[in-house]
Design a protein around this ligand. Sequence first.
Ligand SMILES: [Zn+2]
Length: 358
Amino acid sequence: MLIAPHPDDEALACSVILQKAVRAGAAIRIVYVTNGDDNPWPQRAVERRWRLSASDRKRWGELRCTESLAALRILDIHPADVQFLGLPDQGLTDLLLRDCDSALTRLTQVIDDWSPTDILAPSLFDIHPDHNAVAVMMRLIFADFLAPGVSQWNYLVHGRSPAFFDRAAELSPSEVETATKRDAIRRHQTQSKLSRRRFLRYATRPERFLRVERESAVWCDGAVHSVSRTRDNLDVDLRFSANPFRMQRNKFFILGRDSLGRKRACQIRLPGCSADLEMLDCATNHSIGIARYRGHPFAGEFTLPLHLFSPIHDLFIKVDRRSWFFDEAGWIEIPGVPSLAKVPLSVIYAEAHSLAVR
Ligand SMILES: [Zn+2]
């Protein structure tokens, strides 16, 4: 099962692995999270008009879906094996931070109904905000519903994060597979006006996949230089690159679960100097605490109180320094802190009993 945020991700990131899977006789399911309808610059360039109405975008999204089906046909995958969920293009980070329960239920159902053995999904380290948001959604789904025997692999379409490239496995294509990949990419004609060369370059680099595993290490990326988590606090050390286009927008997001298992997300606006920072709940915009920030325009550190979040669940953090529509880096996963609750009750009772006997 391939989870693709947009029409075209299948061709750019997974054409070769899909050809190999088809040849191996695997059953294949492709799930597009969005229709790619919020794609104004290519649409303006192709349609030669500036103003785009909601119906123009809808039509463009439908055209992009048709192109995906054509690309998949080149890879020998049929429309009956393809599903479009129609979630908001360029809006998945907002959805993730504010209210992603229905999106998660939908994705979980799609996965559960088809019961894949292997899932290909976008990487946390992809710098497209829709891609890294889907990556977090997949982590949240798998924390709840980890079917034994399902392996998950991440692919990266945008960016060069070492946290991905230093660890991902490379898949070498044959000449025929590369030529077929190029053909599949060319089906995305709506994208070729502005990005033809960039798109075709994907056919010249090997596809890479990073297996998703439970990790105790934290893989820092972008402005996050280091993090350390205890049950009560998160210490974050930030180093900012001197990119003038990214200095304007410095927000910090943290997402996890509360003690009842509900998803919670907060944001903080990062200033260019030391200050007290208000943590705002992303869903309600209410203040939920203050963090003391020590910093200057190129670095900063703060300790974040974690009273909103349950210590046993994973946390996800991201420094939002978007320029144009790309992030500087994606999300960082911070594993939960081991808890007494994980010790089986029988052990606690046995210990209590032996103490009482003594
Ligand atoms: Zn994409």
